[in-house]
Design a protein around this ligand. Structure first.
Ligand code: SAM
Length: 221
């Protein structure tokens, strides 16, 4: 028996217009990437009708898929060019990695929750995002076997930018990551690696993310 699929095209277009473009995300290739990726396919079926809301949503393993605007802000700040190799720490549902994959050449997502590895790999493969690889592990250590990266985005908040991420970033590349205490508003920071290896940091404003848990992050509760 055929199942009826809801068409979310109009909701996706409205999200891109109202939540992204009108809030200042103007790069067309970023807007096009959000228009292309079906966010409803990255949440469980009971949340599909809420997929284009202006907020995070629960995903498996008690984690969240971030608010679309924050994902767009991070992508824009990272200054990703076509052909770039990008690391996403905390790839969760795979949604942000899928969006980044429409802009970059290759995306490596690293995730510590085993349950999310399986679902995100299955989705990305089924939907045809063949330039995204999902690795299971502690992203505070980066992904040395895949380094260097032209840009690194962290979707979870730490007390500082982990040193391995700085080491694995190419010169001229940027890390975008929320920095601050868990349970509070954190600062979204853009750190660009200068030629001498030092970081130039910019504060992009307040955000609220789940904690980055690992060797160079917070301890598991
Ligand atoms: N980008 C994701 C998406 O599009 O669905 C949202 C991810 S959620 C806000 C943050 C994720 O970071 C969670 O899935 C969590 O398990 C993961 N995480 C936390 N600490 C981590 C670490 N050290 N390494 C890898 N993933 C981590």
């Amino acid at each position: 028996m055929a199942t009826m699929m809801t068409d979310y095209t109009a909701e996706r277009q409205a999200m891109v217009e109202r939540q992204l473009r009108r809030r200042g995300i103007t790069e067309q290739r970023i807007l096009d990437a959000f228009l292309e990726v079906p966010r409803e396919a990255f949440v469980s079926p009971e949340y599909a009708h809420l997929a284009y809301g202006d907020h995070p949503l629960p995903i498996e393993a008690q984690q969240t898929i971030s608010q679309p605007y924050i994902v767009a802000l991070m992508i824009e700040a990272a200054g990703i060019a076509s052909g770039d190799k990008v690391l996403e720490v905390g790839s969760g549902s795979g949604y942000a990695a899928a969006v980044i994959s429409r802009i970059a050449g290759e995306v490596v997502g690293i995730e510590r929750q085993h349950a999310l590895i399986e679902v995100s790999r299955e989705r990305l493969e089924r939907l045809g995002y063949d330039n995204v690889g999902i690795v299971e592990g502690d992203g505070t250590r980066g992904c040395p076997e895949e380094a260097p990266f032209d840009a690194i985005l962290a979707a979870a908040s730490g007390s500082h930018i982990p040193a391995p991420l700085v080491e694995q970033l190419s010169r001229g590349g940027s890390i975008v990551m929320p920095v601050g205490s868990p349970g509070w508003v954190q600062k979204l920071v853009k750190a660009t690696k200068r030629e001498d290896g030092s970081l130039q940091q910019t504060d992009l404003g307040g955000v609220r993310f789940v904690p980055l848990i690992g060797e160079e992050g917070w301890k598991d509760a």
